[in-house]
Design a protein. Structure first.
Length: 109
């Protein structure tokens, strides 16, 4: 379930980022680079990478996957703490942004 929530949230956030009228001066390549290069997005993609093997087989384990899961936990925790402490008071998502924001801690701002 976690995989589905994060995958849908990241996908919708990506599409919204690509069509954001506030960034008319940026080309499609620059929008993609900007989206993927943020720490928040990298944390969300790492969560997807850590959860996907567990979707296929809940007993999936090993030293590499333990490191990936721990790194994803650390990254998404830092993302959440920074969002709550710094960004949430400045950002009031509306409509579909509120759903993608809740599902993946991403925003277009």
């Amino acid at each position: 379930m976690l995989f589905a929530v994060v995958a849908v949230s990241v996908s919708v956030g990506f599409v919204l980022h690509l069509v954001d009228p506030a960034d008319d001066f940026l080309g499609i390549g620059a929008r993609i680079v900007r989206f993927v290069s943020s720490f928040t997005m990298r944390s969300n993609l790492l969560v997807l990478a850590a959860v996907l093997p567990l979707v296929r087989g809940p007993d999936h384990d090993g030293p590499v996957w333990r490191v990936v899961r721990l790194a994803s936990l650390l990254g998404i925790t830092i993302t959440g703490l920074v969002y709550v402490a710094v960004l949430a008071p400045l950002y009031d998502p509306r409509g579909i942004d509120s759903w993608t924001n809740a599902g993946s801690t991403t925003s277009r701002r």
